[in-house]
Design a binder for this molecule. Structure first.
Ligand code: F6P
Length: 384
């Protein structure tokens, strides 16, 4: 009996292949994130323990399987032993591997992009992969949804430090990023206190303010600026001035990279890489510093852009556990042929939703979120 469901590739399972192990292809796409390796390990171990499956990794997202010869590796328990404590991804990643918009070099050396989905599907058939696990953020899961519509038996596992996927309460990597940001913030507070300075720390998060909001509360910031609440510089200056008396006092500000002033736009620049259409967000901390200086802010101001430090290093125990649970769930979904779905963590339970639902709404910080209320109640200003 063919275990692949109706909408999938309907790969032929003849007598000889039915005796062979069923092949799962796993890949990691988009930015790396603490916890990716824990998912890979859990999936590989669960498959091994089941006995009927084997797991292969496609290097650099779909790039690996698209190469000739393919860059794919068989993942065995020994290959994944101990990797749950490591940051990054042992199967590498890229944000230039979208099969719908794939970078291709022309004869004259210039680059363009094209849709290689049919090539990809053919290669997956040729290598007899019966299930694909795509570990990635919102962009990667939109790709998963398109490929599912084209018949690929695919399952999504959400990852991102930004926590910006609405179908899941948390993505692994986020808690680690918040911890890193908070520890960094604590280090800046001592300088702010000692020098009577304004210290501004810029954190990641793209169009969501989750990392900034959590860090501001955990670190005890005076001001927190997030994309969901455009800020007014005069209001920011007012809060700063309140903390300064006769040249004394200090202020710590956390600003999300995607924050913007009222009526303004985000700061950043378009990526120059072919096949990478995202804007590299950066510069808001310095914008705030200059705007405060222009308004004759009485204090010295320094900025820190935390950048990729937030995505690096070993995942916290919580993220390892969440990632492991998600890897196991992905395997169970494969066994049950629940394709076209993404693993979720909702109300303390591991579950799944359709990729369509998972990718239909961005997870912004709601202004009515209890943490906005918490922050305001302890005096944190959002620069409104
Ligand atoms: O989505 C994760 C993230 O780290 C964002 O917070 C950030 O804006 C972006 O990726 C940075 O991307 P890159 O690593 O391509 O510079």
């Amino acid at each position: 009996m063919c275990w692949v469901k109706e909408k999938s590739l309907n790969l032929p399972l003849n007598q000889s292949t039915s005796l062979m192990k069923k092949k799962i292809l796993v890949l990691t796409g988009g930015g790396d994130c603490p916890g990716l390796n824990a998912v890979i390990r859990a999936l590989t171990k669960a498959a091994k323990n089941n006995g009927a499956y084997e797991v292969w990794g496609s290097l650099e997202a779909f790039n690996g399987i698209l190469q000739e010869p393919p860059e794919i590796v068989k993942l065995t328990p020994s290959k994944v032993a101990g990797i749950h404590v490591k940051g990054g991804t042992i199967i590498k990643t890229t944000n230039r591997g979208n099969p719908l918009d794939y970078p291709v070099q022309l004869a004259d050396g210039s680059w363009t992009t094209k849709d290689v989905c049919q090539d990809l599907i053919q290669k997956i058939k040729d290598h007899q992969f019966e299930a694909i696990v795509n570990i990635g953020g919102d962009g990667s899961q939109m790709i998963s949804q398109k490929l599912f519509e084209l018949g690929l038996p695919i399952i999504g596992v959400p990852k991102t430090i930004d926590n910006d996927l609405s179908a899941t309460d948390l993505t692994f990597g986020f808690t680690t990023a918040v911890q890193i940001a908070t520890e960094s913030f604590d280090k800046l507070v001592t300088t702010a206190e000692s020098h009577h300075r304004v210290m501004i720390m810029e954190v990641m998060g793209r169009d969501a303010g989750w990392i900034a909001l959590h860090t501001a509360i955990a670190g005890g910031a005076e001001i927190c600026l997030i994309p969901e609440i455009p800020f007014d510089m005069d209001s920011v200056l007012k809060k700063v001035n309140k903390r300064y008396k006769k040249g004394k006092g200090f202020v710590n500000i956390v600003v999300a990279e995607g924050a913007k002033p009222v009526g303004g736009t985000v700061l950043g620049e378009a990526s120059k890489d072919v096949g990478d259409r995202h804007i590299k967000l950066a510069g808001i901390a310095n914008y705030i510093r200059r705007s405060l200086e222009d308004r004759n802010c009485p204090a010295q101001i320094r900025t820190t852009v935390l950048g990729h430090i937030q995505r690096g290093g070993t995942p916290l125990a919580f993220d390892r556990i969440l990632a492991t649970a998600m890897g196991v769930k992905a395997f169970e979904m494969i066994k049950a042929a629940e394709f076209g779905r993404m693993v979720t963590f909702r109300n303390n339970k591991i579950n799944s939703v359709t990729l369509k639902v998972a990718t239909s709404k961005y997870h912004h910080v709601d202004k009515k979120h209890y943490l906005i209320h918490t922050a305001k109640s302890i005096g944190i200003s959002f620069g409104e």
